[in-house]
Design a protein around this ligand. Structure first.
Ligand code: C2E
Ligand code: MG
Ligand code: MG
Length: 432
């Protein structure tokens, strides 16, 4: 028999000796019918990257891990509780709500390791919990729901246990729907850039930021907050970004042909783009193909780019700058914005977010910091651009602080490309 393989003998899984899936489902059904009064919880567990354990430590180690989980269940599960190995690395347990001890489960999950020694590497076990409020729901659906709860914390290391709720269900269904719709949406150009002007201290439009909007015939108008985080999690963001950059090049080429090479476009980069794309190669071939001067395309990155492999990320950024692209550090002030990053970061423009001033207990202190950040960027030879400018008072204050570039609702909202062109590019002689 191949290791880890799920083989059964009667009602049992051969490897662990626990109930198998079919028997578990039967047993859960039976208990729910017998105990209509007391509320039950269905728990399902999942090992993060179990495939990796098999691949790197060998299938025998994988088998031992599964056997140890079964032993843990036998030892820890309260008497008369029903548990099983559903398949592969998924175990399940049905228990009355009053016997559920989430603290103890968390403790067990946190101490679990690949082997039984303290020095063995930790193994990430997640548990999804589903409270059975309606016993008539088919048991496989209950199992799926507990699994959906796990999916909601799949990428988290600190949270090991999650409850299923309706929010999780609709969130995950939406995520699946988006990812299924993406290939066609890209083909049909449903994801388009909207442009928001960037202005200088005299109020003259000097360029724009390209911000993605997904206009879907089925799902309606989606703003980036609704789809970018989902695409980032799945890595599909790289295809969308690559598309957005090409759209930006198409626009810049058109503007160049109309004699407006003075305007630039800023595009957004995601941390995942660095994993999936050779960025210097992609940007150089795009600008070459469309015959655009490289400094017309500004690349916005956020500090999350440096969360992994900062050394090699810096190198990529250096190569981009050497090739002639301008780099902007986006959302500066809204995250950690570490000074050491500022020291090493090869960027040309610091893009400061006005949210920096929001919701603070001491606005005067925040204002002083903002002023220092603007002077600091000056001293470091970087330009500063403040985004999120909404009022004339904010603009006046920022100008006094020495900021020379702005973006925000005070000037204009992100708009369709055609609208932007009509509003800001139309000369007396020609219309786009
Ligand atoms: P961001 O790059 O910081 O873009 C600025 C966001 O601030 C935009 O939201 C813009 O509409 C909003 N904004 C502009 N002016 C104001 C203002 O005065 N007040 C307020 N409250 N907000 C203002 P949007 O378009 O919803 O984009 C949100 C974020 O989504 C962007 O933040 C960016 O991180 C991401 N994003 C947008 N398009 C793309 C894309 O093509 N690729 C990637 N990777 N991310 C994108
Ligand atoms: Mg941006
Ligand atoms: Mg920003």
């Amino acid at each position: 028999m191949r290791k880890n393989e799920f083989r059964t003998a009667g009602s049992y899984d051969e490897l662990t000796g626990l109930f198998h899936r079919e028997r578990f489902i039967e047993e859960v059904r039976r208990r729910l019918i017998l105990n209509e009064e007391s509320p039950f919880v269905l728990a399902v567990s999942d090992i993060r990257s179990f495939k990796l354990v098999n691949d790197t430590c060998g299938r025998d180690t994988g088998d031992r891990v599964l056997i140890r989980i079964a032993e843990m269940l036998r030892k820890e599960a309260p008497a008369k509780v029903c548990y099983a190995r559903l398949e592969a690395d998924h175990f399940a347990c049905l228990l009355p709500m009053e016997q559920l001890d989430v603290g103890r489960i968390d403790e067990l999950l946190r101490s679990f390791r690949v082997g039984s020694r303290e020095s063995d590497p930790p193994l990430f076990l997640h548990v999804g919990l589903y409270e059975i409020t309606d016993p008539s729901v088919p048991v496989p659906v209950m199992i799926d729901r507990a699994r959906l709860a796990i999916a909601s914390i799949r990428n988290e290391y600190e949270t090991r246990i999650a409850w299923y709720d309706e929010k999780i269900r609709s969130g995950i269904l939406f995520e699946q729907k988006l990812l299924r719709a993406l290939p066609d949406a890209l083909k049909r150009h449903e994801i388009q850039p909207y442009l928001q002007p960037q202005v200088d201290a005299e109020g003259k439009v000097i360029g724009a930021e390209a911000l993605a909007r997904w206009i879907s015939p089925e799902m309606g108008f989606l703003s980036p907050g609704q789809f970018i985080p989902i695409l980032e999690r799945s890595g599909a963001i790289a295809q969308v970004d690559r598309n957005m950059w090409e759209e930006a090049c198409v626009i810049l080429k058109r503007w160049k042909e109309r004699g407006r090479e003075d305007l630039y476009l800023s595009v957004n980069l995601s941390m995942k783009d660095f994993c999936f794309l050779d960025l210097p190669e992609v940007f150089q071939s795009l600008t070459d193909r469309y015959g655009i001067s490289r400094d017309r395309l500004r690349l916005e990155i956020t500090e999350t780019v440096f969360m992994q492999e900062p050394g090699s990320r810096m190198e990529v950024l250096e190569r981009l700058r050497q090739a002639g692209f301008l780099l902007e550090m986006d959302d500066f002030g809204s995250g950690y914005s570490s000074l050491s990053l500022l020291k090493d970061m090869p960027v040309d423009i610091l893009k400061i977010d006005m949210v920096f001033l929001d919701g603070t207990k001491s606005p005067e202190r925040a204002r002083r910091i903002l002023k220092c950040v603007i002077s600091l960027s000056d001293a470091l030879g970087m330009g500063s651009l403040t985004e999120g400018v909404e009022t004339v008072e904010q603009l006046k204050m920022l100008k006094e602080m020495g900021c020379r570039m702005f973006q925000g609702f005070y000037f204009d909202r992100p708009m369709k490309v055609s609208e932007f062109e009509t509003r800001y590019l139309l000369t007396k002689k020609e219309a786009f």
